[in-house]
Design a protein around this ligand. Structure first.
Ligand code: ADP
Ligand code: ZN
Length: 217
């Protein structure tokens, strides 16, 4: 199964993608994570992408399309892939169709997570993750049970994304509305779109996505 998670920054795509890995034996493919890894590694691609990401703008299509193509060819996807943060433009969606067709695959479903802009800013500004295992936390909504210690792995090191500050979040939302939102219509026309309420609690969203996918099977 090939699945796309669509929605604004802070909608909870990463959280639900992690849960889908468990629930459906799928492998998450996040262009944001791949780009951050390239920035951390200091590769040429990372240097190109880093400045753009810090402004909250979109990295050029050919860069992210190249990353996706490489990852598709590496295989090891179990029951399939969940795409998180890709496609983000119509050109990327068209490239995805082509990449999948060339490999004898098709896109099964697109799950849109609907969240209000105001909630998004609040969700993003307070979030942080465990530097060791990647577990997600939030200053207001989900703090570690023992302050300063990761619930899942016991690590005491946490990280915040450089682009998770109010000014950059506003730019990321603008980029979403201008460049990514048209994909909702694009996929609705193809009969692939399933919309879920991303404002609900994590477990409820998880079940809503489960129902949406089973309805499509
Ligand atoms: P979020 O969804 O919270 O904004 P991501 O981790 O998906 O976070 O993306 C972070 C940044 O990485 C984006 O603001 C953008 O600069 C870049 N990026 C990630 N995916 C893409 C993509 N498919 N196309 C262009 N830029 C991307
Ligand atoms: Zn941890």
């Amino acid at each position: 199964m090939i699945l796309v998670l669509l929605g604004p920054p802070g909608a909870g795509k990463g959280t639900q993608a992690n849960l889908l890995e468990t629930d459906r034996s799928l492998v998450k493919l996040s262009t944001g994570d791949m780009l951050r890894a390239a920035v951390a590694a200091g590769t040429e691609l990372g240097r190109k992408a880093g400045d753009i990401m810090e402004r909250g703008a979109l990295v050029p299509d050919d860069i992210v399309i190249g990353l996706i193509a490489e990852r598709l060819d590496r295989g090891g996807e179990g029951e399939g892939f969940i795409l998180d943060g890709f496609p983000r433009t119509i050109a990327q969606a068209e490239a995805l169709n082509r990449l999948l067709a060339e490999r004898g695959k098709t896109l099964d479903a697109v799950v849109e997570m609907q969240v209000d802009d105001d909630a998004l800013v609040k969700r993003i500004i307070g979030r942080f993750t465990c530097a060791n295992c990647g577990e997600g936390y939030h200053d207001d909504f989900k703090t570690p049970k023992v302050p300063g210690v990761c619930d899942r792995c016991g690590s005491r090191e946490f990280v915040r994304r450089r682009d998770d500050n109010e000014e950059v979040v506003r730019s990321r939302l603008e980029a979403y509305h201008a460049q990514t939102k048209p994909l909702i219509n694009y996929y609705a026309k193809q009969g692939k779109l399933k919309s879920v309420d991303g404002m609900a609690e994590i477990g409820q969203v998880r079940r809503a996505i489960g129902r949406a996918l089973d309805g499509s099977a």
